[in-house]
Every structure is written in structure tokens, then in C-alpha cells.
Design a protein around this ligand. Structure first.
Ligand SMILES: C[S@@+](CC[C@H](N)C(=O)[O-])C[C@H]1O[C@@H](n2cnc3c(N)ncnc32)[C@H](O)[C@@H]1O
Length: 244
């Protein structure tokens, strides 16, 4: 199986990523002209992982972002649907806890994490609303959501050029550098079909998150959405002993 269709059948999506796991990060660097490193740095600052925090890096792939959160002191769980990506992640980063799991049926209890984050993964999940609701379920009240995803360039002329790149130039370049060129046809199509910044913000809000906001990077090629799980923070909810 070389690529998934826009129906995003989980078996097809997992199979497509299984096939590209070994060269995934290198290809990302080349195809984004190394912009992905700046996008990851902004995501890392937005996640703001700290010692004592429990962070879920969902659709974590080979764990490239998970490593940043662990380096910042958090206890990180890297979860991904693709057994191939997880195997490659475990090989590269044996210090990180990897779990095979589906974003729409997460293998974690309620309120298990302080921050749930997903980089370039939500677009690949068949049911976006179900994944956003699952992410809310496993986040503690007062905890945070950070989503890095391809989005829609803000300026019209740049948007037209970018759409040409996604539909024509990207698949052609993918044939040169990737072990699975067809995956780049899927990449372009899935970005073109993905909700823009405001539409994704509305989906996040509809899933029960609050304080939804976003920041555009590289003119809107990427947007970092953030939100908070409503409710009383777990710390504040703990009963306090009466003063003597
Ligand atoms: C483009 S990669 C991103 C990987 C990583 N987050 C990064 O920043 O490099 C998308 C990842 O989403 C994963 N994925 C797709 N559908 C998923 C689902 N339903 N649940 C969990 N992971 C999923 C894929 O297996 C793949 O590893």
C-alpha cells in the first residue's frame, strides 16, 4: 500500500507511515527547506514543558518532538497509530515511552495529562472531532492543548502559489527524494482539504476546549492552535485541611 486516500482509513494511513518511517524525518527537513525546525521550536515554546508535567505527544511518529519535551523535563508519552513509526521511534529514542494507539480511542485514563500536543498528525485522523474530544478526555481540568498543523496562507497571491506547490511541485519533488513518492500526493491533497485557521479553531471549541487561539508561522503555511480544558485545575480541587 503506497498512500492513503482522503477517506483516511486508519489501516491505510498506518500502512503509508509504516512505509516511510525510516526516512521520514530526513524527507521532512528537505521538503520543508528546513523550516520544520523553526516550526518545531515554536511548538516547543508553546507546549512549555517543565519538570513534573505529564505530556502526551499524540501522532508522535518517530518522536522527534517528544524528545524536545523530555529535554525540557516533562514525563512524555509518545503515542502513534503506525507500528512502523513507533518501532523507528523506539530504536532512535529508547529513553522515551512509546505507545501504539489511535487518537480516536486513546489507551489512557481520564485527566491523565497536563498537556496534550499533536504535530502534523491531526490532519491524518479520520474523525477530527472524535480525536479532539478524546484529547480533552485525557487532559486534566486546566490542562492545555497544542496543535501544530499545516494551514492556509494569509495573503491571496502567496496562497495561490502555495496551492500550485502542493498540487503539482510537491508530488514531483516527492518522486525525487522520498522512498514513497505517492505519500506526497496524499500530503498535498490532505493539506488542501484541511480546515483553515478559523475553521479548526471552531472545531476545537466545539469539542469542549476553551480559550482557543492560534499563531501563524511562515505566512500561515503552518498554524499553532492552543486551548485549555475547562474546569477546576486538579491541584485547586484537592480538599485542603482546616486550619488548627
Ligand atoms: C506527518 S506524521 C507526524 C509525526 C510527528 N508528530 C512529527 O511531528 O514528525 C503523522 C503521524 O500521524 C500518525 N497518525 C495518523 N492517524 C493517527 C491516529 N488515528 N492516531 C494516532 N496517530 C495517527 C501517523 O502514523 C504518523 O506517524
Amino acid at each position: 500500500m503506497s498512500r492513503a486516500s482522503l477517506a483516511k482509513d486508519p489501516r491505510e494511513v498506518a500502512g503509508m507511515f509504516d512505509a516511510v518511517a525510516r526516512r521520514y524525518d530526513l524527507t521532512n527537513d528537505v521538503m520543508s527547506l528546513w523550516q520544520v525546525r523553526m516550526w518545531r521550536a515554536v511548538t516547543r515554546a508553546t507546549v512549555a514543558a517543565r519538570p513534573g508535567m505529564r505530556v502526551l505527544d499524540l501522532a508522535a511518529g518517530t518522536g522527534t518532538s517528544s524528545v524536545d519535551y523530555a529535554a525540557d523535563g516533562a514525563q512524555v508519552v509518545a503515542c502513534d497509530l503506525s507500528a512502523g513509526m513507533v518501532a523507528e521511534g523506539r530504536r532512535r529514542h529508547p529513553e522515551i515511552e512509546f505507545v501504539v494507539g489511535d487518537a480516536t480511542a486513546l489507551p489512557f485514563p481520564d485527566a491523565d495529562f497536563d498537556v496534550v500536543t499533536v504535530s502534523y498528525g491531526l490532519r491524518n485522523v479520520q474523525d477530527t472531532a472524535a480525536a479532539l474530544a478524546e484529547m480533552a478526555r485525557v487532559t486534566r481540568p486546566g490542562g492545555r492543548l497544542v496543535i501544530a498543523e499545516f494551514s492556509t496562507p494569509v495573503h491571496a497571491a502567496f496562497r495561490r502559489l502555495y496551492r500550485f506547490y502542493l498540487g503539482t511541485a510537491l508530488p514531483a519533488a516527492g518522486r525525487l527524494v522520498s522512498s514513497n513518492a505517492d505519500a506526497y500526493g496524499y500530503l498535498g491533497e490532505s493539506i488542501l482539504a484541511w480546515p483553515d485557521q478559523e475553521a479548526l479553531a471552531a472545531l476545537i471549541q466545539d469539542a469542549g476546549w476553551r480559550g482557543v487561539g492560534y499563531k501563524n508561522l511562515s505566512g500561515g503555511i503552518v498554524a499553532i492552535h492552543r486551548a485549555t480544558k475547562p474546569g477546576i485545575p486538579a491541584d485547586a480541587a484537592a480538599p485542603t485541611a482546616p486550619e488548627a
